[in-house]
Design a protein around this ligand. Structure first.
Ligand code: PEP
Length: 224
């Protein structure tokens, strides 16, 4: 049976107090599961210290990482600074590509820093050609990376891609980079099962529906 990943991306949301409440009420019920499921919570950097007691319940990730080593790079969080706190880092989300001008080259530098620090990179792509460039720029990515495939029209729109379409694109991507591929874009507890059943999809990335701990739990329960 394939291993599944369920990633929650909080994006630019939550005060410390809101994050504290979320952390205290998030109790994913994965008892009785027959499948290997990894839950990855990706809050904002400053929330990480609230997650000291999450061990064993889920993995922690961040939403971005510096393309540079530690040093004189004001405002940047380097992989070395957080490698003791997180297991995963998202890289190249379409919002970062759109609003912060991130290119495939910059994404590849971030992937290299993450790999060097032993953090598993989860690279977001909205089309297979981005996976192709990633593979060409950082062949080592395929050793421990994951891909989060998110078609632009589906992100935050309330209209997801169909599981069949998402699986087809994931199949193309898998032929280029044979790593676990997650689907993201308006996933909810109501539609998640369709995605995780597909051959080339190894889980889902969840934005809006991960902000409410109960909704995120319901989504996880639907998968379990
Ligand atoms: C995302 O942007 O990573 C995402 C999956 O968002 P949403 O679930 O809100 O569409």
């Amino acid at each position: 049976m394939k291993k599944l990943f369920i990633l929650g991306n909080w994006k630019s949301n939550k005060t410390m107090e809101e994050a504290r409440v979320w952390e205290q009420s998030f109790m994913p019920d994965i008892a009785g599961r027959t499948q290997d499921i990894t839950i990855i919570v990706c809050p904002a950097f400053h929330h990480l210290t609230l997650f000291a007691n999450h061990k064993g319940r889920y993995a922690l990730g961040i939403q971005d990482i510096s393309p540079y080593e530690s040093g004189a790079f004001t405002g940047a969080i380097s992989a070395a600074m957080v490698k003791d706190m997180v297991t995963y880092t998202m890289i190249g989300h379409s919002e970062r590509r759109k609003y912060f001008g991130e290119t495939d080259e910059l994404v590849s530098e971030k992937v290299k820093r993450a790999l060097d620090a032993g953090i598993r990179p989860i690279v977001c792509v909205s089309e297979p050609v981005q996976a192709e460039r990633l593979h060409a720029l950082v062949p080592a990515f395929s050793e421990s990376g994951l891909i989060l495939y998110e078609p632009l029209f589906a992100i935050g729109s309330g209209t997801s891609d169909s599981p069949e379409n998402a699986n087809k694109t994931a199949g193309f991507i898998h032929d280029i980079v044979p790593v676990p591929i997650l689907y993201g874009g308006s996933v909810t507890h109501e539609n998640v099962q369709g995605f995780v059943r597909e051959e080339y999809l190894s889980g889902v990335g969840v934005g809006g529906a991960s902000l409410d701990p109960k909704k995120f739990q319901a989504l996880i329960s639907a998968v379990v």
